[in-house]
Design a protein around this ligand. Sequence first.
Ligand SMILES: *[C@@H]1O[C@H](CO)[C@@H](O)[C@H](O)[C@H]1NC(C)=O
Ligand SMILES: *[C@@H]1O[C@H](CO)[C@@H](O)[C@H](O)[C@H]1NC(C)=O
Length: 382
Amino acid sequence: MAACSSLLFRLLLVLLTFSDSTVQILGLGVGINYGQIANNLPSPSRVSYLLRSLNISRVKLYDADPNVLVAFSNTNVEFIIGLGNEYLQNMTDPIKAQNWVLQRVQPHLPQTKITCITVGNEVFKTNDHQLWSNLLPAMQTLYNTLVDLGLDKQVAVTTAHSLDILSVSFPPSAGVFRQDLGEYLHEILNFHAQIKSPFLINAYPYFAYKDNPNDVSLDYVLFQPNQGSVDQMTNLKYDNMLYAQVDAVYSAIKAMGHTDIEVRVSETGWPSRGDENEVGATPENAGLYNGNLLKRIEEKQGTPAKSNVPIDIYVFALFNENLKPGPVSERNYGLYYPNGTPVYNIGVQGYLPELVDPSASTKNGFSVFILLILVIAYIISS
Ligand SMILES: *[C@@H]1O[C@H](CO)[C@@H](O)[C@H](O)[C@H]1NC(C)=O
Ligand SMILES: *[C@@H]1O[C@H](CO)[C@@H](O)[C@H](O)[C@H]1NC(C)=O
C-alpha cells in the first residue's frame, strides 16, 4: 500500500509538473501593465492564472482595485499600484492620505506584494497647473503616511511621466527637461533622491515613428539590426530608440544635478492596429517590438550610458482595452485579446483557463481532479 501510494504520488507530481510547464519565456523579469479600461476582461483570478502560466511576476495597475489585489494574494507577483490624477488634491491632506492607505493598501499587506505606489500618471501632460502643483505635496504626504505606518521600507512612492517632459531628447547626452517644468522637477528629483525611489517614464518609440515615418528608421525603433547612431558627445552607439530615450532622461536628470536616481520604464509598447494615418501599427511590428524587447530584457542589457544597470521595463499592455478613447491604436496595445488568445506571436503562449472555481485555488482543484483520475485508473487496472 505504501509503495502504491508513493507511485501514485510520483505520477501525480509528474503530471502536475507537466501541466505547469507551459512555455515560460516571459518570466524574465519583465513587468506588465494590467489596464482595465474595458468591459470584457476576464476575472482577476483567471488573469492571475494567465500571468502565472507566463511566469510574469511583476504587474502594474492604474488603481488599487481590491478584486485584483485579493486575487493575487499568496502569489509571488509584485504590484505597482496607482493613484489616479483625480486623487492628487485629496492626497495632499494627511488625514485623507492615511485613510486611503489604511483602506486600500494596508489590508492587502503582506499577502499581496505591493511594492510601489505611483501618485498620478503623466501629470505634466495635462494643462492643469493646480495638478502640477499638487503632485509633489501628494507624493510627500503619502510617503509620510507610509513612514508613520512603518510601510515605507516595503512600499516605494513615485509617479510616472510621459516623455513630453523633455524638450530635447536627441542626441541622448543633450537631453533636458522642458523649461516650464524646471521648478517642479527640480523638487521632485530632490524627493526621489531623498527617499531613494525610481524615476518612471512612459516611453513609446512608436509615437516618434508614426509622426515621422520617412525620417525615422523602422528597424531602429523595432530593435531590428540597423546601423544605429553615435552620440558625438559621448561616442556611445545607440542601436534602438528606446535606449536613447532612457539615456536622454538620465542626461536631463544629470543636468539638474542628480546622478543618484534610477530611471525605469513604466510603460512601453506598440499597437497592433491603428487608424489609416497611424503608420506602423501592425501585428507584425508589435510582435517584433515586444519580442525583441523581451530578448534584451532576458539578456539583462543596460542602456549605453548605464550599461551596468539592467533595463527595468513594464510592457503596455496585457489586454486590448475596448473602452479606451482616442484613435484605434489606443484600444490595440494588448498582448492578449480578452479571451486569452494572443494578439500576435512573440513566442509565448499563456494559458487562460475556461473555468475557475473562485472558492478553491485552481491548482488544488486541479490536483484533486488528477488524483481522482489516477485512483480510478489504478482501480480499473488492478
Ligand atoms: C520565472 O521568472 C523568474 C524571474 O522572474 C526566473 O528566475 C525563473 O527562472 C523563471 N522560471 C522559468 C521556468 O522561466
Ligand atoms: C476627496 O475628498 C472629498 C471629501 O472627503 C470626497 O468627497 C471626494 O470624493 C474625494 N475625491 C476622490 C477622488 O476620492
